[in-house]
Design a protein around this ligand. Structure first.
Ligand code: DX5
Ligand code: ZN
Length: 221
């Protein structure tokens, strides 16, 4: 069975019952935490104070996804509060490689994310600087949008390039991942899957995680 990870997004959790909702996803590999600043994306969630409490409360390590302007300035703070993984957007970073090095130095996994219209070819020569590349499968900003299958060729090219270079970078997809879309993302090369509405919209989030994991493992290769 291949190595896959299911990271539920708490964007679809109940913000005033966060501790209970974190307990419902204890079977997850990471908790995906969407930080939005109402500037890089047209939506606002929460910042370091909330993420710190989630970090202290969650039994599962955090996978922080920063949809914010000026990550060069703000991303290290999320690594410092103990997030296992910190992903910033390529479109927003002034010096992505320097920032990734800083995140690793603090002790976090360093991730870089690309919006649907952003090409990934520029990352090929610096793959080793990152622990994770996030290929967005919706326009970032909101949960519950439809999966963009047109991102699969980009993901497959990235997977082929990573293999050719012997890279161990994780390839993450985020947006519209459900039991009906996860197989095609796994086939195209994803090994790390974010799912918000598909997990928290289910009657039993734990079972939804297991169902997604089974699908992903069957189709990753
Ligand atoms: C969107 C966020 C996603 C979102 C995914 O900008 O980055 O993590 O929570 O939600 P679903 O799985 O419902 O598309
Ligand atoms: Zn996200």
């Amino acid at each position: 069975m291949a190595d896959t990870r299911i990271n539920p997004s708490i964007l679809s959790a109940d913000f005033v019952n966060m501790e209970a909702d974190l307990a419902r996803i204890a079977a997850a590999d990471f908790v995906h935490v969407d930080v939005m600043d109402n500037h890089f994306v047209p939506n606002l969630t929460f910042g370091p104070q909330m993420v710190r409490r989630v970090q202290e409360t969650s039994p599962v390590p955090l996978d922080v996804h920063l949809m914010i302007t000026d990550p060069d300035r703000w991303a290290p703070g999320y690594a410092e509060l103990g997030a296992a993984s910190v992903t910033f957007h390529l479109e927003a970073a002034a010096e992505p490689v320097a920032l990734a090095r800083r995140l690793r130095q603090i002790g976090a996994r360093a991730g870089v994310a690309v919006k649907p219209a952003t090409p990934v070819e520029g990352l090929y020569d610096v793959l080793d600087e990152f622990d994770q590349i996030l290929v967005m499968t919706v326009e970032p900003g909101f949960g519950g949008q439809s999966f963009m299958a047109d991102q699969m060729p980009k993901l497959a090219r990235l997977r082929d390039e990573a293999r050719r270079r012997g890279s161990h970078v994780w390839l993450q997809v985020d947006g519209g991942i459900s039991e009906s879309t996860i197989a095609q993302a796994a086939e195209a090369g994803a090994d790390t899957f974010v799912a918000g509405s598909a997990v928290f919209g289910a009657a039993d989030p734990g079972r939804a995680i297991e169902a997604l994991r089974a699908q992903a493992s069957a189709h990753v290769h």
